[in-house]
Design a protein around this ligand. Structure first.
Ligand code: GLN
Length: 484
């Protein structure tokens, strides 16, 4: 499985060392990943692979590593979610609507990766316009979980998670509006971070719900997540919601000492539909951290039942506005069956969008309509504020909140597609941090009795990514030591 003495990817530092020692070249590395992508093409993680480009780029970056002029991500083979614009490359948001669309500019996050000599190997499958939690809403088909091909990848960044899980690239970028980085990461046994709202530029990201969307890394190690964050985070003149708050050197601030105050929410452990193994895993982690001398205490969060409805009212509202631009006239899919202006709009949108996207546009239009605005959209805005304030209040006295990432492990393909509400309810643990706009990370802690990965989530303080990452590394190291 590994070419010319290449070993499983561990970290970029080790990779650079081996290249400098002449153990292998970046060409070997790139060929290895291209071969892996071919061998696992049945997973359907990639929508497009940039074979020729990465083959041409590998020797150029290899030379830079050898002569000491390489950027901080030199040779990191990265996949990007098909929602992130890359100049002169297709970006389809998993939709027929943008099937043949080629981006005329690069997202800021892409420019920042390329400036540091990352190698972007292709674009990754996702739910259509990032709407979904299983990757079953993609126009390009579902993605299979590498741990069990009959299970979903999670979503919406399903291709990103499986590509890292299956070793088809070293790391990936996803986007997280209500859990789309964290939940697939937990289903695939990898790390996924959703940054604070405003930490990473949204310029060049196909919009779903603009007051929630954030780009985040999916990686095998906390170190890689920290390094990628350090590079993609920070103010951008092209995104007025991106913060000017200084970006710490996350990758150099990973050492952890001392004792932390952690809250867990008893409501999450009592919640209906929580898988017993996930519950046990959470309780075991609470106990384990207490044994290490951290304070881990129950703090009530009375709004848990309201997080999913609030999230879906607000995000459908925002998406109905964002997706109005796909009208068959400006760009994107235009129905060949249209005869006049009105039928161009109607048929292009009816044929170009999939069922879930249409459902959300209709729901969003409804909650924003004059007769219902106050009772739905207006009310949900107020509830969002309550959720945010309560969460911030908990985080004034505590460093982190610990909770499961998802109520269960990866579910079966087709298992939840009949009932959208069942699918929405599975987002119960990820949307709190999204509504509050604060950072949260999913850590791969254990496989369940059937060999499916389970993840635990830590929510941190606003712009507290550095603390969140260093504590995550501590938790992962502790966990590794326990396994030995
Ligand atoms: N599952 C959630 C939804 O469908 C989250 C999606 C996301 O974060 N992009 O809205």
């Amino acid at each position: 499985m590994y070419l010319h003495g290449m070993e499983p990817y561990i970290s970029l530092t080790i990779l650079h060392q081996k290249i400098k020692e002449g153990k292998f070249t970046l060409t070997t590395v790139v060929e290895h990943y291209l071969q892996r992508i071919d061998a696992e093409s049945h997973l359907n993680a990639f929508i497009e692979v940039y074979k020729d480009e990465v083959r041409n780029l590998a020797p150029v970056i290899n030379a830079k590593i050898l002569n000491g002029t390489a950027g901080r991500l030199a040779g990191m083979v990265i996949g990007i979610k098909d929602l992130i614009c890359y100049k002169d490359h297709g970006v389809s948001a998993g939709s027929r609507m943008l099937e043949n669309y080629v981006s005329i500019f690069s997202a800021t996050v892409v420019e920042r990766l390329l400036d540091e000599d990352a190698i972007i190997i292709g674009r990754l499958n996702c739910d259509e316009f990032a709407m979904g939690g299983s990757n079953e809403n993609s126009y390009f088909g579902h993605v299979k979980n590498f741990a069990d091909n009959t299970k979903v990848s999670g979503g919406s960044s399903g291709g990103s998670a499986v590509a890292v899980q299956a070793g088809l690239c070293m790391a990936a970028l996803g986007t997280d509006t209500g859990g789309s980085v964290r939940q697939p990461a937990s289903f695939c046994g990898i790390i996924g971070l959703k940054p604070t709202y405003g930490r990473v530029s949204r310029h060049g990201i196909v919009a779903y719900a603009s007051s929630f969307d954030q780009v985040g890394p999916l990686t095998k190690s906390v170190e890689d997540a920290a390094l990628i964050m350090e590079i993609i985070a920070g103010h951008d003149d092209f995104d007025s919601t991106s913060s000017t708050f200084p970006v710490p050197k996350y990758s150099q601030e990973l050492s952890f000492e001392g004792k932390k105050r952690i809250a867990y929410l008893p409501e999450t452990l009592l919640s209906e539909g929580l898988d017993p193994e996930v519950k046990l895993l959470t309780e075991t982690m609470i106990k384990r951290l207490q044994d290490e001398g951290h304070s881990v205490e129950p703090i009530s969060f009375p709004y848990l039942d309201y997080v999913v409805p609030t999230y879906y009212i607000l995000t459908t509202a925002e998406s109905s506005s964002n997706l109005a631009r796909y009208d068959g006239v400006h760009y994107g899919f235009r129905s060949p069956n249209a005869a006049d202006l009105e039928s161009t709009y109607k048929k292009s949108r009816s044929e170009g969008f999939g069922a879930e996207v249409k459902r959300r546009i209709m729901l969003g239009t409804f909650v924003l309509s004059a007769g219902h605005y106050a009772s739905f959209y207006g009310k949900a805005q107020k509830v969002r504020r309550l959720i945010r304030e309560k969460t911030e209040e908990i985080l004034r006295d505590h460093d982190f909140i610990l909770l499961p990432t998802s109520p269960g492990p990866a579910f079966g393909l087709g298992e939840k597609t009949d009932d959208p509400v069942v699918m929405y309810l599975a987002d119960i643990f990820t949307v709190q941090a999204s509504l509050a706009g604060i950072p949260a990370i999913s850590l791969p802690v254990k496989n369940n009795s059937k060999g499916l990965p389970l993840g635990l989530q830590l929510i941190g303080k606003r712009f507290g990514e550095a603390e969140l990452l260093s504590f995550s590394k501590y938790v992962m190291d502790m966990h590794m030591a326990d396994q030995e």
